[in-house]
Design a binder for this molecule. Sequence first.
Ligand SMILES: *Cc1c(COP(=O)(O)O)cnc(C)c1O
Length: 425
Amino acid sequence: MTAPIILSKSMDLAVIQGAFTQNVVPTYGRFPLAFTHGSGSYVWDVSGRKYLDLGGGIAVNSLGHAHPEITDALVEQSRKLLHVSNLYYTESQARLAEQISGLIAPGKVFFCNSGAEANEGLYKVARKFGHDQGRFEILTALNSFHGRTLGGISATGQDKVKKGFEPMVPGFRHVPYNDLEAMRSAISPATAAILIEGIQGETGITPATPEYLLGLRALCDEKNLLLLIDSVQCGHFRTGCFQSYQRILEGVPGCESFLPDGISMAKSLGGGFPIGAFWLRNPHGGLLTAGTHGTTFGGNPLGCAVALRILDVIHRDHLHQNARELGGWIKDQLSQLVHNHPTVLKTVRGFGLMIGLELQPHIPAFRHDDKSVAIQFINKLHDLGVLTIPSGTNIVRLLPALNLKKSEAEEGLEKIASLLPSLLQ
Ligand SMILES: *Cc1c(COP(=O)(O)O)cnc(C)c1O
């Protein structure tokens, strides 16, 4: 047996990387950065260097780092009760379910621990829904992302996540996103549900169009299919509304009656504490009866206390407004940069604080390296002290905390702008 590594302040990046190489399953391509602590939208690495975090832990840190009210909720709840199991009732789970339905529509909520697991629940709901007619198939979109479990990679419309893990779970087929006719023609007698992201996140921030959402609802009503929305990344007020479809459909005729049958969520729900959930519209909540689904940790008092506190802070501090207004401003500023640097930047997409900056596929300064342009661009931003998230080969995502400040957004934009002239050679 080797001596345990003592994690101390003096453990530098190379030592940590060495320990990862030896001990951690190498499923991630990690950037050469190791962080020790954070505060708001800033994080510090092991060498004491400060970074502006515009990636938000991939849309998770809804209130930024070390938010004192999240800490209070964790401490207060942990002094009372961490966990009792779902054999019993707790007030915090009841209140969180009530709040989530209050933000969507009357329905029922199931709690779990991650986004993939929330989607797994939706697959089971779809199977149960179609079971008596022999229907089991779920149609999803190309370029979607639904998580890394076996069901998740089967549902995901990207070959790269499936490679080497075949055979896939049967019953998933993929069609082009935002293409209503493709969806209509893909429906078979075995189809039970359609699952899409409100805004495709992992493949470059592509929102569903209003016509697509309304068309899918009508199609599902016509064919008796469930309309399921994976809201793991685009939900929780990131777009300015609790749900991205609420934002996308704002002011669109017919939007008042739009409601999906099921919605999965995770990421920002717990602000960094692992919690996932899915909501089902009435009466579909009744499809999963006692003994048909479960998870040990789901909806435990600690996770629910944190999620409840986050919702309180979002409402009290009008963070949905902040996401909408500051996000809109950032997008406008980035559009200006796109306009001024068309040989480096291609376009900007998204709603609120879910923004995708698409780079040109061939940027002169990046031609000598085989790393994708997104990774090279992000590495340059790291040198300037800014964290962002890659998406595909040439998209940079901004998924910052919902309480990002204007001054912080300005700092990030200045640093992005300062990089552009040097990329032309
Ligand atoms: C992140 C993500 C998931 C998977 O969530 P995990 O918590 O990583 O399991 C599923 N769907 C979407 C849209 C996501 O962005």
